[in-house]
Design a protein. Structure first.
Length: 269
């Protein structure tokens, strides 16, 4: 009975299947699966199609992991960032992924840029409207560009310069051309910054020659100051409260005190 029981599992399989079963149970299972297909080509097509779907799913998951960021910079609070912002939105960027600084481009010590850099990861894409919005210091631009593209391994797209798109030009020739263009444009951005500073300096010099005052207006002894001074001098008000009443800092307050007391001495002579 024991021998018959051992033979029973082999009754429904042919000789070759029995041989594979004895060698490896997994091989037998695979053969039985194939026997369910009436056409081998159907099996191959189905097998390929399944793995094709798996690969497509993996690609989709990878795309979902990639984030798109935008960076906007304007030099002052008076400049309008609307043009850059609109261009980012047209690229499909979410408002929460667009970072903006209202600051000079002389270096990259900018609050929002540093926050963006901490968030960006490998495979992400950073969109910049133009290279001069990224920065205006050649050495700093090249340093930050290499840090993002090589160390972090994210991509950068300069929207008004198609050659500066690291998502497209991955071969050696494309990289060489992109690096060359980057060198030229970063130099131009720095030169433009120097020209702007030179024009500003020339404008200030002309204004000074014409007697145009610069800086904060000079603090003066007013009737309000005299009244607060009398209370402070009589000990009815602290110096801190007197400064708060006049809206001046410590140095300005004591400077006015010195000036007023000097005038009082001249009057009493």
């Amino acid at each position: 009975m024991y021998k018959i029981a051992l033979l029973l599992p082999f009754v429904k399989v042919d000789f070759y299947e029995r041989l594979f079963f004895m060698q490896n149970h997994l091989v037998l299972t695979f053969i039985k699966v194939i026997n369910h297909f009436t056409n081998v080509r159907v099996f191959i097509y189905t097998f390929t199609n399944v793995f094709g779907r798996i690969r497509e799913k993996q690609k989709m998951e990878k795309k979902m992991d990639i984030r798109k960021f935008g960076y906007i910079r304007v030099s002052s609070k008076d400049q309008n960032e609307g043009r850059q912002f609109q261009a980012m939105k047209e690229k499909g960027l979410d408002e929460r992924d667009i970072f903006m600084d209202k600051q000079s481009g002389k270096n990259f010590e900018r609050e929002q840029y540093q926050l963006l850099k901490r968030m960006i990861r490998k495979g992400d894409v950073l969109y910049i409207h133009s290279l001069d919005r990224f920065g205006r210091n050649k050495e700093e631009i090249l340093k930050e560009w290499n840090d993002i593209t090589k160390n972090i391994q994210a991509d950068i797209v300069v929207m008004d310069m198609p050659l500066l798109d690291t998502t497209q030009f991955k071969d050696s020739l494309g990289t060489f051309i992109a690096d060359l263009v980057l060198q030229i444009l970063s130099w131009m951005a720095e030169e433009e910054r120097d020209r702007i500073r030179k024009r500003q300096r020339e404008g200030i010099d002309v204004a000074l020659q014409n007697g145009v005052p610069f800086g904060r207006p000079k603090a003066q002894v007013t009737e309000e100051f005299k009244e607060v001074y009398d209370f402070w001098k009589a000990g009815e008000m602290t110096a801190v409260k007197a400064m708060a009443e006049l809206g001046v800092k410590k140095t300005t307050f004591y400077k006015l005190v010195k000036e007023y007391e000097r005038d009082l001495q001249i009057i009493n002579i």
